[in-house]
Design a protein around this ligand. Structure first.
Ligand code: NDP
Ligand code: 2IT
Length: 451
């Protein structure tokens, strides 16, 4: 990892001490603090007001038991989390993740990132994140529903359209949001549509929200490529994952003339030199909820499935890499392979998918690198547009909503680029995103007093 300004080192030491055993949270804080040396040199009041210490401490953390009954009649127990990180700019806002790896440190890292990401969108939303160590794989529809209802029986008292507004993330899509919103509505006896985003169109969802994160990352990378006078047209692209973000990244890249030759899930990756057949991928992953190997089997000759223990999707040569699965999925070794194969741009669709070593390798090699808190902000930005539609009891067209998304992504790109320039590091989107996001939150907190 890069050096941290010596005035900020005690802050990182204290965060590490107080949050023992939470390596992902330490990593996320470290990465932001690396960028803030230049900010405190210019604005020493942020140190005097302990603003960085306050921003690193969540406003509230909720941990609770989720008991539910499986299809065999056995009682199961999971753990639920909601970390309400920062509400200086608006109600807490951020997704819910269902994955067996979920723990408080992972939710905290995600809530911390979310706070700056949401600030970068320019929308009035604070930062939060939640989830559970529940594993949705192999569960029946009834089990998913009972689990979501039990989770919401506890969580509902902490939510509200002016308080905390969840959405989806890994393992949480339209189906789970429907069950959680349905239970919330029963318990509150109110049709409070704006308490959840990522809802289906049938009950108050926004057009283009499903597509927004992947589309948004593609718009961001398009803007970076344009600074070098190039575009997606004719480029070879690798996208990791095959869930919500990956699917709509592939869709948009293809519409911009790029060829996506590989995608993955946790079991391995598929290599399809002719270009991913998106309709088939959606049917297998989204509709049938099958594994990615099924894609290779159905597509037939010339398309290969490579299991995870026999290779990494980042071994595939490409011009543009768009990691869209999970944190720390792209290692230093992967980054070296990508650079050797001539990668020119990387856009993080997932949250913190590149390890610190990988980010350093990309930046040192002069690869255009878009950090997740900027590049994947299109999802939450469109969630804010969903809240706006709910508040005005309106519903916009797909084109109108996507046009707003494209403008927001262009704005985030330009803000990051201008901030990097202002702070003496032109082209460093990591520095630009961290500083621009931090300053927006810090300024609001300064005006609100010691909160
Ligand atoms: P999905 O659950 O729809 O898809 C996740 C994909 O990533 C699946 O293909 C999954 O494979 C793969 N994956 C998950 N965990 C691992 C792992 N440990 N190793 C390898 N592959 C893994 O989630 P999303 O597409 O919504 O989220 C993907 C990423 O994007 C996450 O980092 C999320 O935080 C981030 N993000 C999501 C937004 C959204 O709007 N949904 C907004 C901004 C960021 P498998 O099925 O085998 O588990
Ligand atoms: O990481 C993210 O930005 C999300 N999972 C989306 C959050 C949201 O509230 O739409």
């Amino acid at each position: 990892m890069n050096a941290i300004d010596e005035k900020l080192q005690p802050i990182l030491a204290e965060v590490t001490r107080r949050n023992a055993g939470e390596p992902e949270f330490h990593q996320a804080v470290h990465e932001v603090l690396e960028s803030l040396g230049r900010v405190v040199a210019k604005h020493p009041q942020y140190l005097d007001l302990a603003l960085i210490e306050r921003i690193c401490e969540p406003e509230r953390q909720i941990i609770f038991r989720i008991p539910w009954v499986d299809d065999k009649g056995r009682v199961q127990i999971n753990r639920g989390f909601r970390v309400q990180f920062n509400s200086a700019l608006g109600p807490y806002k951020g997704g819910m993740r269902f994955h067996p790896s979920v723990n408080v440190g992972i939710i905290k890292f995600l809530g911390f990132e979310q706070t700056f990401k949401n600030a970068l969108t320019g929308m009035p939303i604070g930062g939060g994140k939640g989830g559970s160590d529940f594993d949705p794989k192999g569960k029946s529809d009834g089990e998913i529903m009972r689990f979501c209802q039990s989770l919401m029986t506890e969580l509902h008292r902490h939510l509200g359209e002016q308080t905390d507004v969840p959405a989806g993330d890994i393992g949480v899509g339209g189906r789970e949001i429907g069950y959680m919103f349905g239970q919330y509505k029963r318990l509150n006896n109110k049709y409070e549509a704006g308490v959840f985003t990522g809802k289906a169109l049938a009950y108050g969802g926004s057009r283009a929200r499903t597509e927004a994160t992947g589309y948004g990352n593609t718009y961001f990378v398009q803007a970076m490529l344009a600074t070098k006078g190039t575009s997606f047209d004719g480029k070879t692209v690798v996208v990791s994952g095959s869930g919500n973000v990956a699917t709509y990244t592939i869709e948009k890249v293809q519409s911009f003339g790029g060829k996506v030759v590989a995608c993955s899930d946790s079991s391995g990756y598929v290599l399809d030199e002719a270009g991913i057949d998106l309709a088939l991928l959606k049917e297998i992953k989204d509709v049938r909820r099958e594994r990615i190997s099924e894609y290779a089997r159905r597509r037939g000759a010339g398309v290969h499935f490579i299991p995870a223990d026999r290779g990494s999707v980042w071994d595939v040569a490409c011009d543009v890499a768009m990691p869209s699965a999970t944190q720390n999925e792209l290692s230093g070794k992967d980054a070296r392979a990508l650079v050797k194969n001539g990668v020119i741009a990387v856009g993080e669709g997932a949250n913190m998918p590149c390890t610190p070593e990988a980010v350093r390798i990309f930046q040192e090699a002069g690869v255009l690198f878009a950090p997740g808190k900027a590049a994947n902000a299109g999802g939450v930005a469109t969630s804010a547009l969903e809240m706006q539609q709910n508040a005005s009891r309106d519903s916009w067209t797909f084109d109108q909503t996507e046009a707003r998304l494209a403008t927001i992504m262009r704005g985030i790109h330009d803000t990051c680029a201008a901030t990097a320039e202002e702070y003496g590091a032109p082209g460093d989107y990591v520095l630009g995103a961290n500083i621009a996001g931090f300053v927006r939150v810090a300024e609001a907190m300064r005006m609100l007093g010691v909160i």
